[in-house]
Design a protein around this ligand. Structure first.
Ligand code: RIB
Ligand code: NA
Length: 317
């Protein structure tokens, strides 16, 4: 069986409170809404790819608990293959405490729990599937060495790789760059990795050039309402791909929606220019920002304009 998109990554239960603003240290404030949702960057990216029509498989670990049982059911409901989503009694299902303010901004604390117990053994079992996939996607909410090993396995089998260094760590193993066909991060992650400010398109251009030098295939830096910057290996000039203005209700998981969409396009339209894929992924992520929640806000193919699935290019680049 050949999968379009395989994700080796995290599953988290999102515990979300909406409040006018984010609390300060030591402060208690009233929020106006609380809900529990399915999150975790890996799972989010996988579910977004599935909603666009990709045949997807998740490799991950949840706890042998109520949240873990529910999470596996959520994958099944989303059409994601779960043969390699294990359950452990050694740790609890990962959890994310999230506060979202009225501007749609958030603050998140994650406790990775079971996610950290995903290791080489599980990767070996999944290797036949990984080596036949079209695209493999990894992030940093599991043990980084597990992500690196998965990316290496994919590269050895000529499977296209997307690496999302999120949440960013300052001492990222330099091998991550060499195993990434597309290295995709947001402005704050780019800042942490390069040590320079990434507050506008011009600075994102510079950061993309610095990241590309470290050995990845292409670099994408997402810039929220400003769209993203794309720099391809064969080219020396980065391109700015703007996105349509939207009123942000909840930006949680917008980056995951972007990456899930990118993975879908890389698998289904392998000859499409990266700028065109990024332009379409901007659009998909823009839809997610207008709706509350993480996976709950990710759009399905049937609710998106047909031009996002056509062979005709919509980007002006
Ligand atoms: O990127 C958004 C995700 O980050 C949330 O779903 C939360 O689980 C955290 O992992
Ligand atoms: Na959202």
């Amino acid at each position: 069986e050949v999968f379009d998109v395989m994700v080796v990554g995290s599953c988290m239960t999102d515990l979300v409170s909406q409040a006018v603003r984010l609390p300060k240290p030591g402060e208690t404030i009233h929020g106006h809404k609380f809900f529990i949702g399915f999150g975790g960057k890996g799972a989010n990216q996988c579910v977004q790819a599935a909603r666009l029509g990709a045949k997807t498989m998740m490799v991950g670990k949840v706890g042998k608990d109520f949240f873990g049982d529910n999470y596996i059911q959520n994958f099944k409901d989303s059409g994601v293959h779960t043969d390699f989503v294990g359950q452990t009694s050694e740790a609890a299902t990962g959890a994310a405490s999230i506060v979202v303010n009225d501007a749609g901004e958030n603050a998140i604390v994650i406790v990775a729990g079971a996610n950290m117990l995903l290791g080489s053994e599980e990767l070996q079992e999944a290797l036949p599937a990984i080596s036949h996939a079209k695209v493999l996607v990894c992030q940093l909410e599991i043990n980084p060495q597990t992500s690196l090993q998965a990316l290496r396995m994919a590269q050895e089998s000529k499977v296209k790789t997307i690496f999302n260094p999120s949440p960013a760590i300052p001492d990222l193993d330099p091998d991550f760059y060499r195993v990434s066909d597309v290295f995709c991060c947001n402005e704050s992650e780019a800042e942490l990795l390069t040590g320079s400010s990434v507050a506008n398109v011009e600075e994102a251009y510079q950061a993309s050039q610095e990241l590309l030098k470290r050995g990845c295939g292409s670099v994408i830096i997402t810039l929220g309402s400003q769209g993203c910057v794309v720099l391809k290996a064969q080219e020396f000039t980065p391109k700015h791909i703007p996105t349509a203005a939207v009123t942000a209700v909840d930006t949680t998981g917008a980056g995951d929606s972007f990456i899930g969409a990118l993975a879908f396009y890389m698998a289904h339209y392998s000859t499409m220019p990266l700028e065109e894929m990024a332009c379409r992924a901007n659009h998909v992520a823009g839809v997610s920002v207008k709706v509350v929640g993480t996976q709950t806000s990710f759009p399905f193919k049937k609710h998106l304009p047909a031009e996002l699935f056509s062979e005709q290019h919509i980007s002006s680049n």
